[in-house]
Write a protein that binds this ligand. Sequence first.
Ligand code: 5GP
Ligand code: MN
Length: 334
Amino acid sequence: MKKEDIQALALLLSVPKKIAIIPHRSPDGDAMGSTLALYHFLLKLNHEPIVIAPNEFPDFLAWLPGSENVLIFEKDKENTTKILQESELIFTLDFNALHRTGEMEHVLNKLQTTFVMIDHHQSPDDFAQFTYSDTSFGSTCEMIYNFIAQLDKKQFIDKTIATCIYTGILTDSGSFRFPKTTGTTHRIIADLIDLGAENTEIPTLLFDNNSYDRLQLLGRALQNMKVFPEFKTTYTSLSQKELDTFHYVKGDTEGIVNYGLTIKGINFAAIFIEHRDENIIKISFRSQGDFDVNQFARNHFNGGGHINAAGGKSSLSLEATISKFEQLITQIKI
Ligand code: 5GP
Ligand code: MN
C-alpha cells in the first residue's frame, strides 16, 4: 500500500471505530481467511469489527476462528444493511468490483462510508478511497500480512490471526505451488508457523474432510470429462440432477476443476456447474502457462479473476454453454 495511504489509515485506525469487513460472494479460503484475520486484528486494536459475507461460506471453512460470528447478508438483509449503514469504515477483501457481492452491491453502492479495498485480482474498479490492489500477490491473505506489517503492528499477529492468514495463503497458492508463490511467501509462512499456525492441522481441517457423497460427485465429474488434446483443453460438467444425486452441499465442487490440469499436455481446464435455483451455469477456468483465463472469462462468460484461475457464468442452458465453449476453443491459441 502507498505510504501516504498507510499513514492516513493509521490515523483513521487510531480511534476506535465500527468497521465492516466484506469478502466476495461464495467466499473461499482466502476471502474468509483475510476477512477473519483483519477482524481479529481490528478487535485487538479496540475497534468494533464485524465480518458480513454476502452469502453462506462453505462448511470446510467453518472451523476458522471467528467464523461463528460472521453475519450473512442474504440471510438477514435488514439487520446487516443497518450495520453497514452505521459502519464508519468498510474493508472489502479479495474482490475488486462491487458486483462480486451479488445483491449486497445495491446496499454498498448507496453508502457514503470510506472504503478500503485490499485485493489481488486483475482490473480493479475505482470504488474505494483506499485501494491496495496488486496482482503480483498470490493471495489477499499475504497482502493482509503486509498491511499489518506496514502499519508497524506485526507484534499483534497472534496464533489466531496467523491461522487465518496461513489458511488463505495455503488455499490460494494451491498448497504453495502456484507461480506467484515466492521466497517471501515462504518466509511469511515460516513466520506464521513460529507464531503458532499449525501447519499440519490446518491442511487436515481444510482438505481431509470429504463426505462420501462428495467423493462420489468428484468421481462423476471425472467420468464426465472431455479431453481435446489438439487444443490442450479439457472440461467437465455437473448438472443439477447430478448435484442432487450426490446431495450437493456448498463447497463440494471446490477444486474439482484442477484435476483437468493434471492430465499430461493439458493447459486449459474448465468446469460447468448447473445451478437451477439461480438459473445460471457457474463456470471455473484454470490454466497453466501463458493462456489468460481472466481475459477469456471476461470476454466470453461475464467473469474474471486471475491469469491462471478465473470464473464466470452463463445464462444459457448447460448444453448451450458447453457448445459455446467447444466452439471457442477451436478459435483461440492455447
Ligand atoms: P473459482 O473458479 O474458484 O470460483 O474462482 C477462481 C478465481 O476467479 C477467484 O479468484 C475468483 O475470485 C474469481 N472469479 C470467480 N468467478 C468470478 C466472476 O464471476 N467474476 C469475476 N470477476 N471473478 C470471478
Ligand atoms: Mn484470493
